[in-house]
Design a protein around this ligand. Sequence first.
Ligand code: ZN
Length: 244
Amino acid sequence: MKRHVASKPQKLKLDNAEAFMDNQEIINYSTERFENDGDEHIFTGIETPMRPDAFVKSDDEKIQLIEFHFRHIMEALGLDLTDDSLMGTPHRVAKMYVKEIFSGLNPANKPDIKLFDNKYRYNEMLVEKDITFYSNCEHHFVPIIGKAHVAYISSGKVIGLSKLNRIVQYYSKRPQVQERLTIQIADEIKKAVQSEHVAVYIDASHLCVSSRGIQDISSRTVTTSYSGNFVNEGTKNEFLKYIS
Ligand SMILES: [Zn+2]
């Protein structure tokens, strides 16, 4: 299901920007519809939607490009970028986007997972709970802050505990929706530990709900993914008992 279809594509004239845009089309979207979709936090698929040319540019080129455009966003807001305090902001934001908060878009940053044989843990549940993560809502580009609790039942193979943390962090560092984040983490753990028996429980607050929009500061969002034996009530309840 593909949403966010452009209506009436129309090329805009942006004199200086055009040299930087590499002939990318600037599409005039139907904005009213997107504002509503954003607050509904609809997500369209398990894979993060990426352009085919996502990694043609180097990190440094991306930082340069984002810096250029972020400067224009700030100027459009009426900010004076000759002020000492604001002057470096476009560069700081660009570097933060590429190297930190959206670094999980780049498969080169995916954690290396080594598997170990560990027969004595065969069939035993391993729970890693209270993994704090910071992500960003892809509809508003403001933070999602939460805890992830993950578990797997070993098929005789185990991975280092910190790797479960790293998988959570890697997928968090993308523009996200919580449902997709949950599924991406679950799928990666399944692949990493070569077991179908995986549970992921995420409890998070969305700043787009608390700091704007409906401005509900106390609501939290819970998403879960249970597969393999975790579908069974007994196993699921054991996991929920450990994380409560
Ligand atoms: Zn949002």
